[in-house]
Design a protein around this ligand. Structure first.
Ligand SMILES: C[S@@+](CC[C@H](N)C(=O)[O-])C[C@H]1O[C@@H](n2cnc3c(N)ncnc32)[C@H](O)[C@@H]1O
Length: 269
């Protein structure tokens, strides 16, 4: 049984509270290989997942509700009790529910492993230059909803483990294998983060093109769309037809349309 270390927050000096005090600086968290989950649903889903959980902060009134999930965890957990007002003082902004948790970003899934171990035909998604954490989160949620087996996060995209991405995914990120490619400029042996892979998106797509019957749908950035190099590495460019008055859809909405149709063709639900 897990060793729950429950303590009421009386001071913000505890080192374990550092990730909560720096919630406005999510890139620091990414560098440390951790992420923050917010809200009762997302925190519950994190506690039900196979991810490593570092700590949980919640108002005392929620403790008994969460206790079965906390006690079922394999790791020793720090559980901090704080009412919402105190917590808002710590994190520096107001919150809806006052339930937060810190988890560890897992090691990336390897492209080879996904290719070998997933049922065929494969349905993969990739993002090229997607910078909005909210859009990434919505796209991750759609990937899980429509049976995508893994998401390739290109080297020019934000991390799907940014706080707002985790929140917008509603915890779907805990169920989706992610192949996160190391950002350009972080490919050196000493700077590559342990949760990223040193291939580029173009290299991944070239490798995937040899796999007949499998499919990887690539989504482009909010401003520029798919870069010319990545587009050149794809077999086809496909557009959702729209009237001339609308130039494009939000990328999360476009992902819902494409992935619904791909999963319908595969009859995965
Ligand atoms: C906001 S759009 C990018 C618009 C950008 N100005 C362009 O010309 O590509 C972001 C991404 O959503 C997807 N998308 C949006 N509308 C689409 C449509 N009608 N057909 C196919 N993909 C679409 C594409 O992957 C696109 O790169």
């Amino acid at each position: 049984m897990t060793d729950l270390r429950i303590q009421k927050i009386v001071s913000f000096d505890l080192p374990g509270l550092q990730p909560y005090a720096t919630m406005r600086r999510p890139l620091e968290h990414e560098g440390q290989g951790i992420f923050v989950a917010e809200g009762t649903k997302v925190v519950r889903r994190l506690l039900e997942s196979r991810f490593t959980v570092v700590s949980v902060v919640l108002p005392e009134k929620w403790l008994e509700d969460f206790r079965p999930l906390l006690e079922a965890r394999p790791e020793n957990l720090n559980v901090y009790l704080a009412d919402k007002k105190l917590l808002e003082q710590l994190i520096g902004f107001s919150m809806y529910q006052g339930v937060l948790a810190v988890g560890k970003i897992p090691a990336p899934d390897a492209l080879d492993g996904v290719l070998q171990n997933s049922p065929k035909p494969l349905l993969l998604a990739a993002v090229d230059g997607l910078t909005s954490a909210e859009n990434l989160g919505a796209l991750v949620r759609n990937c899980v909803a429509f049976g995508v087996q893994a998401l390739i996060v290109g080297e020019t995209s934000s991390s799907p483990f940014l706080r707002r991405a985790v929140r917008n995914s509603m915890g779907a990120i805990f169920q989706l294998p992610v192949i996160e490619l190391a950002k350009l400029g972080q490919r050196h042996q000493f700077t590559t983060k342990p949760h990223t892979t040193k291939l580029t998106l173009v290299e991944c797509l070239k490798e995937l093109r040899g796999h007949r019957g499998d499919c990887c749908i690539v989504f482009g950035s909010e401003g520029q769309g798919i870069s010319p190099e990545v587009l050149a590495a794809c077999d086809e460019a496909v557009a959702i037809p729209m009237p001339p008055a609308v130039d494009s859809l939000n990328v999360g909405a476009a992902a819902a349309v494409f992935l619904y149709e791909a999963s319908r063709q595969r009859r995965t639900f």
